[in-house]
Design a protein around this ligand. Sequence first.
Ligand code: BTN
Length: 247
Amino acid sequence: MVSISERIHLLELDVVDSTNRLAYDLGFSGAKPWTIVHALEQTSGRGRRQNDWLSPRGNLFLSAILKPINGLKRWSELSFVISLAVADTVAEVADRSSIGLKWPNDVLVNNKKISGILLETGNNVKKESYLVVGVGLNIAHSPTGTRYGATCINELISEKSSVKIILPILIKAMINWYDIWENSGFLEIRKQWLKRAHGLGKRIEIIGIAPKTQEGIYTGISKDGRLVLTKDNGEKELVSAGTVTFV
Ligand code: BTN
């Protein structure tokens, strides 16, 4: 069994604009899989849909370069894989029943967002494809003014935690779930993810799918990770992207 320190290449920084930006550039220059960029602070953290990701010191920011053996055809499955890793990490300190996974890749505790995941794909100088998986996990601060409520690990426990404590737990969990995905496939990941899914069976609105917002009941996840929306006329629609709001 290869130890974690042999498996990863950890680049630890004080401040960077965005760990995803740096990992993307390193990936382009041919950095090895499981190169992980970690920074204590980001000045231009990137979120999904061109949003900013507030990145004060005390929260956790990392980006991993991955080159799945499956190729990048199934790269979107990794949001589920990494969400499970974040959920396990948070479960070290929070009650498991308070943790929920919101499609496609948010981790919630008591219905508030504690973590976000951003996947980006690229092709390196040798034209090989790679993936950057960025994880932001709130430890000491819960950003205010977000569209949805936010929480952080230190709001959940009496004895304060820190990036130093959480970082190795998260990396270990990422490797664990990544290996489950590569060895057992997405159906196992989907099964585990559904056990922790937030809001299954509830009425939702999905924003950001051109040309219109859609509404219906969130009835499941398809075998390839799309959200199953059952509309009022009974028709089922498979949704591959968008922001879910519970109505
Ligand atoms: C989201 O919008 O929910 C995704 C947020 C992803 C933020 C992380 S923090 C580490 C990495 N570097 C970035 O610039 N973004 C990701």
